[in-house]
Structures are given as structure tokens and as C-alpha cells.
Design a protein around this ligand. Structure first.
Ligand SMILES: Cc1cc2nc3c(=O)[nH]c(=O)nc-3n(C[C@H](O)[C@H](O)[C@H](O)COP(=O)(O)OP(=O)(O)OC[C@H]3O[C@@H](n4cnc5c(N)ncnc54)[C@H](O)[C@@H]3O)c2cc1C
Length: 363
């Protein structure tokens, strides 16, 4: 016999077992014990027995839960709770507690804090059969439901309506309550697990150095070269668009590029991208020749990242009021650029690596 409760910052879940089937059991009443307030509340019921009215104020002691877990969607953020599970028997409309248990769960707190980490989860949407009936009632076959479904699906994924288009702000709510409860339990151990991983990676690096194998932390020294090259490719696309636009678009009776502020901005950004490409080539060559290149890789990555950010900014500036429009790729280049420059280490992290390599004591 056991009851176990989990909670994230937003919802609590309790699951239980009585170790086997309880004869004549009609379900379970679930009570929330508010540890700090010293109160006990029977949770509201969601479904009645057939023939009974779902009147307001009914609880799981009137309409017991006929499964082995329950989500407490009324739990308050910051609250500290235990849950009491009471098996119920009798006849419908006149139920009594059974002489088993009651089970009392462990204590949980609805908190986003897990040691040094904080993680927030959203509650999502609670739908009932009654909601579904209201939505379909009187509307052309399911159209309102389809519309609502599309809206909910987009809202839970940052308001996304297609791969690159986000129509409204939305949320990041792609985990369900059970996944987030499990994740919360794991988060408490994350520092410990990461510490162990670091220790193992260092042990491998120490013992296998000079063996010719690619070692865990060394892999980044190679893969960051291709990211630097990728930054140059994205920057080139953005600048091609800017160049094309500046050639075709006329302002004051002459092509846009002939305005020095625009022409110079484009050619300077192009020069930075060419220089970034050469740095990436140099590092790739050092890698091929088996030379040490940690400093050069980090240098190539941050230089290419800065060249890319400058290129996408120039591109969007050149396009003027068209920059934010979904029918030009300029705004996508901008979002892609700010996202990709972080992959495998941001500009600041690359500079830290270069500084450490530069200022490390020499033998
Ligand atoms: C497109 C994309 C693909 C990715 N792919 C993968 C993948 O395949 N696998 C994977 O594991 N991860 C992946 N990532 C995650 C990526 O490695 C991290 O986003 C990146 O390392 C930055 O970490 P962070 O997002 O936690 O930023 P944070 O570390 O939170 O940094 C936030 C800001 O603080 C700055 N900052 C942080 N620490 C310092 C410091 N010590 N000094 C100065 N400034 C600092 C950063 O530069 C940045 O500006 C991907 C990310 C992106 C965007």
C-alpha cells in the first residue's frame, strides 16, 4: 500500500496502490492536506455515476475516482501538500469509507526551484466532455473544434503556425504534467550527474590523450569549424539578398547601392564574411595537418559569428520597411543567425577560450 505525490511549479499528481483489488470498492476519495494551513479538503469530482446529476460542490467522496492516479489542478502555486486516499464502498448516493488505509502520500511543494536550478511548467488546458459538447453544438461539423485545436496546438509551441512563422507569442507547453513531474525529480540530481559526466570525460581525455582517438571535449574543436563555415554561408545568402535589392531598388531615380551609406555597409559586411571564411579555411587546414588549433577554432567561430550578425543586420537595414515581412527571407536570416551563433558555444564563450589559450602560462 503506497501513495506517491509529485509536483512541479503548477500542478500536483498523486498515484496510489492498495496492492491488489479491493472487493466492492467503487473508487477513491482524494483529499488534499494543506500542511501549512493544517486543513484537509476533499477534491472536487469530475464525473458522476450514471443517473446522478453533476451538481456544483460534489466531491470525490460523493463521486469517487475510478483510477489509480489523480491530478490536483486546484493546488496553489507555492502550496505544501500531502494527499489522503480513501477507498469508498456502499450504494450510489450513500457511500462510506472502507476499512483500508487511508493512504497518506509524501509531502510536495508546488515550486519551480530545484537546488541551483529553476524550471517553470505551464498548466495547459483542461477539457471536459461538456466543453467538447458546447464546442460542437450547433456549429458546422466540428469546424469550431478544428479551429480551437489548431489554436491550442500553435499556442503551446510559442504561437507557431508553420515552420518559420509565429503568429502570436504563445507558450512553451509541450510537456505534459506526468513528464514534468518526472523531470522535476530528475532535475534535483542534474548537478550531480553532470559532475560525474565531467569527471568521466576528464578521465578519458587524460588516459587516451596521444592515442589518436577523438576525445570528448576535442570534438568541439573540429565541429566548431563547420559551424564557422555555416555562419559564412548564411551571411553570404543574406548579403546576396541585400546586394540584389540594392541593385534593383531605386530611390531618388538611382539604384539604392549608389547611396554610399548603403553601398559601403554591404561591401564592408562582405569583406568581414570573406575574412571569416579564410579564418575557417586556415583552421580546417591546421586540423587536417594534425596541428593544435583550439585557439584558432574559437577565433574562427566568434569572428564568423560576428560577421554573420553584422551581415543579417545590414541585409535587414538595406531592405528598409520590407525587412520584417514574411515574404522575404531577410527576417528568417536574422532569426537563424541569432540562433545559430549560440550553437556549440556563444561568441562570449569562444572569446573566453581564446583568452584562456592566449594567456595560459607557456612551458
Ligand atoms: C540552433 C541551435 C542548435 C543547438 N544544437 C544543440 C545540440 O545539438 N546539442 C546540444 O547539446 N545543444 C545544442 N544547442 C545548445 C547550445 O549549445 C547552447 O544554446 C549554447 O551553448 C549556449 O548555451 P545557453 O543557451 O544555455 O546560453 P547561456 O549559457 O545561458 O548564455 C546566455 C548568455 O550569457 C552569456 N554567457 C554565459 N556564460 C558566460 C560567461 N561565463 N561569460 C560571459 N558571458 C556568458 C552567453 O554568451 C549568452 O550571451 C543548440 C543551440 C542552438 C541555438
Amino acid at each position: 500500500m503506497k501513495a506517491v505525490a509529485f509536483a512541479n511549479n503548477d500542478i500536483a499528481i498523486v498515484a496510489w496502490t492498495f496492492g491488489g483489488k479491493l472487493p466492492n470498492c467503487l473508487g477513491f476519495a482524494v483529499y488534499r492536506i494543506d500542511v501549512r494551513a493544517g486543513t484537509e479538503t476533499c477534491l472536487p469530482a469530475m464525473a458522476t455515476f450514471s443517473g446522478q446529476q453533476a451538481t456544483p460542490g460534489r466531491t470525490t467522496a460523493d463521486d469517487p475516482v475510478q483510477k489509480f492516479f489523480w491530478k490536483d489542478v486546484y493546488a496553489k502555486r507555492g502550496g505544501t501538500y500531502k494527499y489522503k486516499i480513501v477507498p469508498m464502498t456502499g450504494t450510489v448516493g450513500s457511500l462510506q469509507p472502507m476499512p483500508y488505509g487511508p493512504l497518506i502520500s509524501n509531502q510536495v511543494q508546488l515550486s519551480p526551484h530545484y537546488g541551483s536550478l529553476s524550471a517553470y511548467f505551464n498548466r495547459g488546458i483542461l477539457a471536459t466532455q461538456a466543453t467538447a459538447h458546447v464546442l460542437t453544438d450547433g456549429s458546422p461539423a466540428g469546424s469550431m473544434v478544428d479551429e480551437l485545436k489548431a489554436h491550442i496546438v500553435s499556442l503551446r509551441d510559442h504561437g507557431r503556425i508553420s515552420h518559420y512563422a509565429h503568429q502570436e507569442i504563445g507558450y512553451n507547453a509541450r510537456l505534459d504534467a506526468i513528464q514534468s513531474a518526472v523531470l522535476r525529480a530528475k532535475l534535483e540530481k542534474l548537478d550531480q550527474w553532470n559532475g560525474r559526466r565531467r569527471k568521466l570525460a576528464n578521465a578519458y581525455c587524460e588516459r587516451l590523450s596521444g592515442s589518436g582517438l577523438k576525445l570528448p571535449l576535442e570534438v568541439l574543436n573540429h565541429s566548431r569549424i563547420s559551424l564557422a563555415a555555416g555562419h559564412c554561408g548564411l551571411a553570404r545568402s543574406a548579403l546576396q539578398l541585400a546586394e540584389q535589392f540594392a541593385r534593383r531598388h531605386e530611390v531618388g531615380g538611382r539604384p539604392l547601392w549608389q547611396n554610399q551609406a548603403i553601398g559601403f555597409a554591404i561591401v564592408e559586411a562582405q569583406a568581414r564574411v570573406e575574412a571569416a571564411r579564410l579564418l575557417a579555411y586556415r583552421t580546417a587546414r591546421m586540423s587536417e595537418q594534425g596541428m593544435a588549433h583550439r585557439r584558432e577554432t574559437a577565433q574562427a567561430k566568434f569572428f564568423a559569428a560576428e560577421a554573420l550578425l553584422s551581415a543579417v543586420n545590414v541585409c535587414n537595414r538595406v531592405l528598409g520597411g520590407l525587412a520584417g515581412h514574411l515574404d522575404t527571407p531577410a527576417e528568417r536570416y536574422l532569426r537563424d543567425a541569432y540562433s545559430w551563433v549560440a550553437a556549440q558555444g556563444t561568441i562570449e564563450i569562444q572569446k573566453i577560450t581564446v583568452a584562456k589559450e592566449t594567456f595560459a602560462p607557456r612551458p
